[in-house]
Ligand binder design. Structure first.
Ligand code: AMP
Ligand code: DBH
Length: 547
């Protein structure tokens, strides 16, 4: 069922993507059973002590899909899902795909500020959370936000909440249920899932991905990365992210007949023994985590020799460090420059060292269009650096329910303005040089500067605020807020941080530096000159360090 607020692809693009076989006209729930029919008894997922076969996974997903319908959920409905990496999360994701319910994939780090906003924007009809996670009571918050709507809880449902594990129990003849659910399957061009983007506005952005665009996103990624039946993909990043979910990630592993191994933490102490035990062949990491893995690998007693491919993406990877990753982990490095908005670039497993260490790869589809433009929107000369604009078979033409922002983030002929400054190197690969968009990339977590500023501005002491990125050896970038105070007021970083926590903002967005300013430098048109401000703050830090 169609949802309002989703920008469709133009008809000529639909015809082309279909004619070329990228779009296959079936919803993800259809493919789930294709995999099960093909690989029935083979292992699809390993989660701790639990091992689940392809058919078993499909039957659990169908059982859950039927129970979601019993709760009143229907084709065209959206639900908010905030779950850690667990096989039940995957079963829920697939159950949704069977019946046209689209999950909004929140991160475990999200708190009231983000969850309320997402629940409202997507008008979700239910919320799914764990009972408690890393000391936080998700069930209590979800119950509060949900009001009259159902809350599904993984582990220990209280009060009127529904136990997710209960709903997964297979109770009926699988073949009959399968036929029943086939009859209520969504359309291939309907929304299958909602991904989140760091965005560059005061509020997070939601990206609606359709069944056939996302299936292609994963399938083609898997083809490019050599995913096959012998792939054992270790998930350590949060699986609601586009990277571990579909780049090539969990979905491509299932599409290509491999095995998914789930972990809730990317820490090497946790991951290394599992790599050894499960003989994992591929995993995906962000640079900050890759750094920990490389350090830990030097003295590990665990056998990592099964690893063949280590994907690193999400934020800038230093070339000198890149060169150390492959040898340290005994695997081939693959750089990934991706975005939840669509376009995916990978270095290929058989590329030479220079390409793998120094570039962020190239697009996966012959129909990915990439244009590099200058500040006037004119194409840059060959080899020049410009903002990357893109269109293609898995890059939607707008954000969900964001017409005002879309007018800026997309050109009239449907190109997505990535906000990234990139160039083509001589080998036909992209190199990310910087960005024009106003965000802070903290170890791969994207933080919208205007969103941080909007929160800081609600402090009574603050007259004006500006959020900037400061360099950090571990995370790449940190959030620094610069404030101009009302006269006679003072402010501490601790106070700012407490304020973010009180408002229920995700922890990774909480400022790690505070700078009190008397004024901000301005550009000729009167906007805050963030580049100049950043230089000022760095100079101040140097002075302090010298003192
Ligand atoms: P999002 O739009 O929130 O999914 O974040 C995608 C953005 O992350 C891209 O537009 C880039 O700014 C950044 N990014 C992703 N991968 C890389 C990479 N390998 N190197 C540098 N930046 C990256
Ligand atoms: O940073 C990202 O958003 C990202 C990185 C690598 C991504 O969305 C992806 C791969 O799919």
């Amino acid at each position: 069922m169609k949802r309002d607020g989703v920008t469709p692809w133009p008809q000529d693009a639909v015809r082309r993507y279909t004619a070329r076989g990228y779009w296959r006209g079936k919803p993800l729930g259809h493919w789930m059973w294709t995999w099960a029919d093909r690989d029935g008894d083979r292992v699809a997922v390993v989660d701790g002590e639990r091992t689940i076969g392809y058919r078993e996974l499909a039957e659990h997903a169908d059982a859950l899909a039927a129970r979601l319908r019993d709760l009143g959920l229907r084709d065209g409905d959206n639900i908010l899902v905030q779950l850690p990496n667990r096989w039940e999360f995957l079963a829920l994701f697939l159950a949704c795909q069977r019946i046209g319910v689209a999950p909004v994939l929140a991160l475990m780090a999200h708190r009231e500020h983000e969850l309320r906003y997402l629940a409202d924007l997507a008008q979700v009809r239910a919320i799914v959370v764990p009972d408690e996670w890393q000391g936080f009571d998700h069930q209590a918050l979800a119950t509060d936000i949900a009001g009259e709507r159902p809350v599904l809880v993984l582990g220990g449902a209280r009060g009127s909440a529904v136990d997710l594990a209960e709903l997964l129990v297979r109770r009926r003849d699988p073949a009959a249920l399968r036929a029943e659910l086939d009859a209520v399957a969504p359309g291939a061009d309907d929304v299958a899932l909602f991904l989140l983007s760091g965005g560059t506005t005061g509020t997070p952005k939601i990206i609606a991905r359709t069944h056939q665009d996302y299936e292609y996103n994963a399938r083609q990624s898997g083809a490019v990365c050599g995913f096959a039946e012998d792939t054992v993909y270790l998930v350590t990043l949060p699986m609601g992210h586009n990277f571990p979910l579909g780049s090539p990630g969990i979905l491509a592993t299932l599409i290509h007949g491999g095995r998914v191994v789930m972990l809730r933490s990317p820490r090497p102490e946790v991951a290394f023994p599992v790599i050894e035990r499960e003989r994992a062949t591929v995993t995906s990491l962000v640079p900050a985590i890759a750094q920990r893995w490389v350090e830990a690998a030097a003295s590990t007693t665990h056998d990592l020799s099964s690893l063949r491919l280590v994907q690193v993406g999400g934020s800038v990877l230093d070339p000198a460090f890149a060169a150390r990753i492959g040898p340290a982990l005994g695997a081939t490095l693959q750089q990934v420059y991706g975005m939840a908005e669509g376009l995916l670039n990978y270095t290929r497993p058989d590329d030479g060292d220079h390409v793998v260490h120094h570039t962020q790869g190239r697009p996966i589809s012959p129909d990915d269009e990439v244009l590099l433009v200058d500040e006037q929107g004119e194409p840059v000369p060959a080899g020049g650096t410009g903002e990357l604009l893109t269109r293609g078979p898995y890059t939607p033409r707008g954000y969900f329910r964001a017409p005002e922002h879309n007018a800026k983030a997309f050109t009239p002929d449907g190109w997505y303005r990535s906000g990234d400054l990139v160039r083509w190197d001589g080998s036909g690969n992209l190199v990310v040089e910087g960005r024009v968009k106003d965000l802070i990339n903290r170890g791969g977590e994207k933080i919208s500067a205007p969103e941080v500023e909007a929160v800081v501005d609600t402090l009574p002491q603050v007259r004006r605020s500006t959020a900037i990125a400061l360099p950090d050896p571990e995370y790449g970038e940190l959030v620094c807020v610069c404030v101009v105070l009302h006269s006679g007021h003072t402010l501490t970083l601790a106070r700012v941080r407490a304020h973010f926590a009180e408002l229920g903002v995700a922890r990774f967005k909480i400022p790690e530096r505070l700078e009190i300013c008397t004024d901000f430098p301005l550009t000729p048109v009167g906007k805050v000159d963030k580049k100049a401000l950043r230089a000022e703050v760095l100079a101040r830090q140097d002075t302090r360090r010298a003192a």
